[in-house]
Design a protein around this ligand. Sequence first.
Ligand code: SF4
Length: 697
Amino acid sequence: DLNDFDSETESVCPFCGVGCKVSLKVKDGKVKYVEGINGPANEGRLCVKGRFGFDYIHHPHRLTTPMIRRDDAPEKGLNVDPSDLSTHFREATWEEAMALAGDRLSQLRDTHGGRSVAGFGSAKCTNEEAYLFQKFIRQGFKHNNVDHCTRLCHASSVSALIENVGSGAVTATFNEIENADVAIVIGSNPIENHPVAATYFKQFTKRGGKLIVMDPRGVGLRRFATEMVQFRPGADVSMLNAIMHVIVEEELYDQAYIEKFTENWEAEKAHLKGFSPEAMSEICGIDPDQLRRVARTFANGKAGLIFWGMGVSQHIHGTDNSRCLISLALMTGNVGKPGAGLHPLRGQNNVQGASDAGLIPMFLPDYQSVTDDGIRKAFTDVWDSDDFSNEKGLTVTEIVDQVYAGNIKGMYIQGENPAMSDPDVDHARDAFAKLDLMIVQDIFLTETANFADIILPASALYEKNGTVSNTNRQVQRVRPAVTPPGDAREDWKITVELAQRIGLDWAYEDVSQVFDEMKINMKSLNNITWDRLKTETITYPSLTPTDPGQAIVFGDGFPREDGRARFTPASVIPPDEVPDAEYPMIMTTGRQLEHWHTGSMTRRSLVLDAVEPEANCSLHPKTLRRMGVEPGEMVRLTTRRGSINIMARADRAIAEDMVFVPFAYVEAAANILTNSAIDPYGKIPEFKFSAVRIEKA
Ligand code: SF4
């Protein structure tokens, strides 16, 4: 009976960056079902994860009490049974666990210096929790070695956007596709990864909009595409430069826009001369005629949007890939007007907000540089604290390397699972086993928590109060529908107490006080108040106290010194690891519709796990035949980092020299295989391209 519930609470889906608004119906202290409601990003729609993937919050594996590693525990490793933690951990009171955590963090800081401790915050947490986490590391340990999963997701996109348009967020909401007549979706599989956003893309084609889908995999959106451009993995720059070459050659660019709003056009134009479709066709694998057609279709549109995902960002040339997309939008005058813009589709539900809140080693909140003395002072004045380091901090993978080298001895990890998500996870797991102190704050015994010394039971999003910001820059309230199980606590409360335990004078009693403090130094929150958020979703920037926010930005110029966006030419750089006789195929990784990131939540959801229960990889049927493998049989994938055995599926949409491996499955962890080589600007690993050998298992 759908009318049989005790209470209903509005919140936001905990999974992808679309940020669908939901109503949670609660019966007897448990969420009974979830309905989509009329949020600006979803207008009542939900995907299978949002609709059915809520029950993980009531899973029996939830952590309900603080745990401390036993003195007689076996050696650290991926060896704890999540249904019986007692072999490795003993239960503790909050008082004992927090006293121990505070004492040991302080001891490391006082003995080895603040840099002996680093932190990973989380995009699964609220804006307020992300803000407090970065403040905890910066104020408590006086450095910037704090990061989160944005490093593994869109760091290169953000680096190119900040460099060339002056801001790391999207210039237009995805809903602006309603006003577009042409759109590019590149390196993104929205039908699986941003399913509700994909419904808007499908509606756009129904109205006659021209959709250009570009991806090395034949992703599902190809069924709706005017053009499907299935290019060679890692060949983004050659393909995009060839398209821009045509726009220059045929003078399809918007001269008036370029003159008014941009700089460095002549250099870009000159650079593009060497990238004719004929010259690039061999590299990107696309016929010159199709490259010309795509160039004309996009440039001749009245308003065009460009969406991209991790297929663009997760390369050693990820920043260059994004630079090309920015140049393409700028030369066609497609920023700052209805139906036009740049939109990197964000992955986790609050990766935009956590980045905005300063959970980044180079930036304080609102992307304000840690190297600027005045900016640091503005923050330390509010925090009533001494100055901290003016050096950019270490990123996720750099922190893991420093842990491995023994220079970082303690870590505080909130809601992230680097023992599954780091590239080269075997290296990460070896590193974590060496730590003197690992504090993990999470809702489940994640793979990372296997290595913990102290585990702090935290809260799921449907148990939290605060705000989150989606891919559209829309700030929305989340509210607790149910209480955390047992003694588990909201994350922000745990961080506040831990701060007090290491000697910081923090005295927040309500999460709204954290939000009010964030507003002091975050211009993006101007005119956005806790009171307004009780009833409104607000798209930052909000220009007046009643403005619902700006769906499109930069109509009058860019937030760069001279108000102009910049063309930054990009050259072709080969992948870090090209296939050879020993490793002749290409492996790419990603997500599936049913499973979210490292699977810690969705694999504990009854429906989602029933729909997609087993680790699998996708290969072309011809490749399987050549290997003598039937669909459903096991194959062995080997790279220079390691091997996994995994079930093979046939997929005609994948190129014959490629394999696609989802990264949600611990029993066949894709990141044992992935390459940790990084983009020099965004420092994002090259998850999308590893040379691999495939054999029948
Ligand atoms: Fe949740 Fe994303 Fe699905 Fe919306 S599209 S219901 S935010 S997973």
